[in-house]
Design a protein around this ligand. Structure first.
Ligand SMILES: NC(=O)c1ccc[n+]([C@@H]2O[C@H](COP(=O)([O-])OP(=O)(O)OC[C@H]3O[C@@H](n4cnc5c(N)ncnc54)[C@H](OP(=O)(O)O)[C@@H]3O)[C@@H](O)[C@H]2O)c1
Length: 344
């Protein structure tokens, strides 16, 4: 299969940079990677950032290779203008022969926010963009830096052409194709936590791990909104890597009783030290989260097939997506497509 990121319109080397960044752990800093290619389109070097106190991706790359004037640098986030615990990457890059830089996103950090790009342009460098690379890798970054929001919530659903989210006539639990699946794994690798509902655990038994793509050691915290069903004991031992969120008390390390009329997702995420959560829910969860209008982003994967019997995606959620959210992009994924939304 082609790299699934090619379907989101990223060039080959930005795809490589995104995967390299997703393979790092940098929090509270953003995951960033840089890829340098020569004039034959071969990768000369890759740089990554490993978190506070370590080299930024550009500095990591500069320390490993000599940049020549025909090289192209792909970097997932605008190089920092400011110097902090590390030097200004923009100034350090200007000390090399670099002439061509492709940037994933502007850095919303006010200390940089477009200043490096302006400086590069003033110095005559050729600057291009492949927007949404950093937003994809670090979905929490904008909230963390400018909105002072405690967390970032992302919804995801897969449906048939006629909006069914579950097919009770098929043993195959996947409604969408392998590109949709691989992109879902990229979304999983970008967050700290993933949540599903009880029936998804019981029917689909998803592993919620990151496979399909070349990303190692990504272990988002797994959460199941279990609800009120007292038959929990055998499921707890079978799924000891999940936190069960319940509306009743139960003595076990991985049970958190929080689901009542005052339920606040922020409180739960704070307890679990989660900043970004992907909700791979069914109707109940998506109704709850869209009714409370708290998704920052929503990803809807849709196949071209019709399903004749099962569960239909709730009209309430669809109406809320249309009313309260802005459609950002529609990407063809062979016989599927992906529509992305953001909260207005
Ligand atoms: N196509 C897709 O992408 C996709 C994804 C996920 C699921 N599905 C399908 O959708 C169907 C339903 O999924 P699901 O039941 O796992 O998900 P769901 O309907 O979203 O979640 C239902 C569970 O949430 C519990 N809950 C209780 N209080 C809650 C609260 N305040 N907030 C949130 N949840 C609360 C409910 O428990 P109580 O009723 O006990 O209170 C219930 O067990 C399944 O057949 C699954 O296969 C499809």
């Amino acid at each position: 299969m082609d790299n699934p990121l090619s379907y989101l319109n990223y060039s080959k080397f930005m795809q490589d940079a995104i995967i390299a960044a997703l393979n790092t752990k940098a929090f509270p800093n953003p995951k960033v990677a840089a890829v340098l290619t020569d004039n034959n389109g071969n990768i000369k070097s890759t740089g990554v950032h490993h978190g506070p106190g370590t080299n930024h991706a550009e500095m990591d790359l500069i320390s490993k290779t000599t940049i020549e004037k025909d090289d192209i640098l792909y970097v997932t986030l605008e190089p920092c203008f400011h110097s902090d615990t590390s030097p200004s990457c923009a100034l350090e890059l200007l000390n090399t022969s670099i002439q061509n830089i492709v940037i994933g996103d502007l850095d919303v950090d006010p200390r940089t926010n477009g200043k490096s790009i302006e400086l590069f342009k003033n110095k005559g460098l050729n600057i291009q963009f492949e927007y949404n690379a950093n937003n994809l890798i670090n979905p929490h970054y904008v909230n963390q830096k400018i909105n002072e929001s405690t967390n970032t919530l992302i919804g995801k659903i897969a449906s048939s052409q006629n909006d069914y989210i579950y097919n009770d006539q098929s043993d195959d639990k996947y409604i969408s194709n392998n590109i949709s699946l691989a992109l879902t794994h990229i979304l999983r690798a970008s967050v700290d936590g993933i949540a599903i509902g009880k029936n998804t655990l019981l029917i689909d038994n998803p592993k919620l791990d990151v496979r399909q793509i070349n990303i190692k050691n990504s272990n988002p915290t797994k959460i199941v909104f279990w609800g009120s069903d007292p038959n929990i004991e055998t499921h707890l031992s079978k799924n000891s890597d999940f936190f069960f969120i319940t509306s009743f008390n139960h003595q076990a390390d991985n049970v958190i009783s929080l689901l009542d009329e005052n339920f606040e997702v922020n409180k739960l995420l704070k307890m679990l030290n989660i900043n970004s959560l992907l909700i791979e829910g069914g109707n109940y969860l998506h109704k709850y989260f869209t009714a409370n209008a708290i998704y920052d982003k929503f990803y809807w994967f849709k196949s071209m097939n019709d399903i004749t019997s099962g569960i239909k995606f709730s009209d309430e959620v669809i109406n809320s997506l249309q009313k309260n959210y802005k459609l950002i992009n529609k990407f063809p994924l062979k016989d599927n497509h992906l529509t992305t939304y953001t909260y207005i």
